[in-house]
Design a binder for this molecule. Structure first.
Ligand SMILES: Nc1ncnc2c1ncn2[C@@H]1O[C@H](COP(=O)(O)OP(=O)(O)OP(=O)(O)O)[C@@H](O)[C@H]1O
Ligand SMILES: [Mg+2]
Length: 603
């Protein structure tokens, strides 16, 4: 960075020298009658020494043309090289800064608690990390280099101007004020407008992202035209907002140009007077005008640079807001590693609410190591919420969850989560190979273990039929697989993780009865010696659970084993009757009825 700035300073100085050479060119080179001696470049003020161009050359070279030409060549060469290297260096710093910013935002976002992702539209987040940051890039790369280059040029040229006529220069400076004020005002408008146009862009992104991933639903409901209109409307809003800052931006340069005729007119008046009184020569005046306009260029340029910064500031407001977010609840001070799970998981009067309304109320139960606890209850009863509290996806609102008598808020999240394998209600897969999806989160796991896990999850056969077997890419979110296949991959992933605590949220809901029985068997094998929390709507899959908890409106209504609950004849018994009555109705008469044995159970 420092080297880049120095190089750009050299560019500025070179620009000044080039201006200074106008005088010798007019005075000496173009004037054949001039005595062929010293070439005066400039005289330092207050009787300081004069600098002569030819003093930089050996005495053998004394032709003015040669001296000036070689000097010009050297100065331009130095300027060009310094400009190239200086720009490259400063821009490199800018691009690096942008890369760092993007990484920092990503790191922050990926560590946000789950609730963050439920409140922030995905499209907006993506737009912030990609578009908003990109928007700031020119400001800190090209324009950053520009700032240095232009301000050094400006300083060098001002020095030249002061050297020629300081009063005149200061007089011109007064006019400059007139221009800076509106530019500043416009800059503020640009910042606000860019901020809101970036959020419009985020909206656009959001529509695109949702309708592309959900294109099946869009097609099925014939919503193409309607979505196109929605997209068009959002694009129009973006256009309107964009034009607001574009107008503010393009008016700046013409506005600044208006200053020039005024200044020229006054200068001509002044110079005419001075030249008449021989206080100034025409070449000196031309140099002055030249330097003045050259010096005004950086000022104009800085006007637009300033606006670029205003744009960048507006665009990154959201990004910096993300950076200011608190990360997922960090471990409590002095949090310890959770030792390998060995005895019991205990819910002690746990209550929980997402916002105001309580979702879980006073839930208490315990699961000993090796037990299978099943949750039953109508949709929305709070089952998923309850199991999500165990890996601390959410924190309990009151009460406590203890693993081996330790409150899970007092242990490190990492050590807690490393002991839990989850198969979520919605299967989440990544656009990657089957192998990497199964081995997700486990560095260097052997190929055999992946295959073993896939076999246990009854996934091996269909995986082998995929075009490239375990190396097949399964499409974004696994869209190239069937629902049941996705689910089996998720189960294989959990099997591979081999954790003492297992959470299965509707893990087999997408499987046909036959596959379900097989997978159930695989899961039963897996559950041996582990503690499992199982949620299932199909009651057949949880009959063997050690404990069945019936949730209703966030309360535990009943608990007991399958047989006990049927005997009490409460909600569970009713659900059970309903379900199997249904299945009896639906089962074809000649097919072997898989529920025959079960229906006998409760008589
Ligand atoms: N992120 C959330 N923010 C606010 N409320 C939520 C959130 N997630 C779920 N809820 C509410 O909490 C209640 C319980 O939801 P939960 O997902 O635990 O139900 P469930 O028993 O798993 O249902 P299902 O059987 O349909 O999966 C529901 O009323 C739901 O509307
Ligand atoms: Mg659920």
């Amino acid at each position: 960075m420092a080297a880049g700035v120095v190089l750009l300073a050299i560019v500025g100085i070179a620009e000044g020298i080039i201006m200074l050479m106008i005088r010798p060119i007019i005075d000496r080179v173009l004037n054949p009658t001039a005595p062929d001696s010293d070439v005066l470049l400039f005289t330092l003020p207050k009787g300081g020494p004069s600098v002569y161009l030819n003093h930089f050359f050996p005495h053998t070279i004394h032709n003015v043309w040669t001296v000036v030409s070689i000097s010009l060549l050297v100065v331009f060469l130095v300027k060009s090289l310094a400009e190239f290297a200086g720009n490259a260096l400063v821009q490199w710093c800018g691009h690096r800064a942008i890369t760092d910013l993007r990484n920092a935002v990503y790191k922050k976002i990926i560590r946000q608690p789950i609730a963050f992702f439920q409140h922030q539209p995905t499209g907006r987040i993506m737009s912030a990390v990609i578009n908003d940051v990109e928007r700031a890039r020119p400001a800190v790369s090209e324009y950053l280099a520009d700032i240095f280059r232009q301000s050094f040029t400006f300083v060098a040229l001002i020095a030249v101007l002061l050297n020629i006529d300081w009063k005149l220069t200061l007089a011109c400076g007064v006019f400059l004020q007139m221009i800076l004020w509106p530019v500043g005002k416009l800059g503020r408008r640009i910042r606000r407008s860019v901020e809101s146009s970036q959020s419009k862009l985020g909206e656009l992104n959001q529509i695109l992202q949702e309708t592309v991933t959900g294109n099946r639903v869009v097609k099925a409901f014939g919503m193409e035209d309607s979505e196109t209109r929605k997209f068009g409307a959002a694009a129009r809003r973006l256009l309107r907002e964009t034009m607001r800052w574009v107008r503010a931006q393009v008016v700046t340069s013409p506005l600044m140009d208006l200053l020039q005729p005024i200044v020229i007119a006054l200068l001509l008046l002044y110079a005419r007077d001075k030249i008449v009184h021989h206080e100034m020569t025409i070449p000196l005046f031309i140099t002055f005008i030249g330097a003045l306009f050259k010096a005004y260029e950086p000022v104009k340029r800085m006007g637009s640079v300033y606006q670029q910064f205003a744009q960048a500031e507006g665009a990154t407001t959201q990004v910096f807001a993300y950076l200011d977010l608190k990360e997922e609840k960090r471990d409590a001070p002095g949090a310890q590693e959770l030792p390998a799970f060995s005895q019991e998981i205990q819910f002690d009067r746990v209550s929980f609410c997402y916002d105001e309304t309580p979702v879980l109320r006073d839930v208490s139960f315990a699961a000993r190591k090796g037990e299978i606890v099943a949750f039953v209850g109508s949709s929305g009863a709070g089952k998923t919420t309850l199991v999500n509290l165990i890996p601390r996806f959410y924190e309990v609102t009151s009460g406590a969850i203890r693993v081996d008598r330790r409150d899970i808020r007092e242990v490190t999240i990492r050590s807690l989560r490393s002991q839990i394998a989850v198969v979520t209600q919605e299967t989440i897969l990544f656009h990657d190979t089957v192998r990497n999806n199964i081995g997700y989160g486990q560095a260097d796991v052997s190929g055999e273990r992946v295959i073993e896990a896939a076999k246990a999850a009854l996934a091996h056969d269909f995986i082998m039929e995929l075009p490239k077997g375990y190396d097949t890419l399964i499409g974004e979110r696994g869209t190239r697989l069937s629902g049941g296949q996705r689910q089996r991959i998720a189960i294989a992933r959990a099997i591979l993780k081999n954790s003492p605590i297992l959470i299965l949220d509707e893990a087999t809901s997408e499987l046909d009865s036959e596959s379900e029985q097989y997978v159930q068997r695989a899961l039963s094998n897996l559950m041996v010696g582990r503690t499992a929390f199982v949620i299932a709507h199909r009651l057949g899959t949880i009959r063997k659970a050690d404990k069945i908890l019936v949730l209703e409106d966030g309360l535990i209504r009943e608990s007991g084993t399958h047989a006990e609950l049927l005997a009490t004849g409460g909600t569970y018994a009713r659900l059970h009757d309903l379900q199997f009555a249904d299945e009896d109705l639906l089962a074809p008469a000649d097919a072997p009825n898989p529920n025959a044995a079960r229906t006998g159970d409760h008589e």
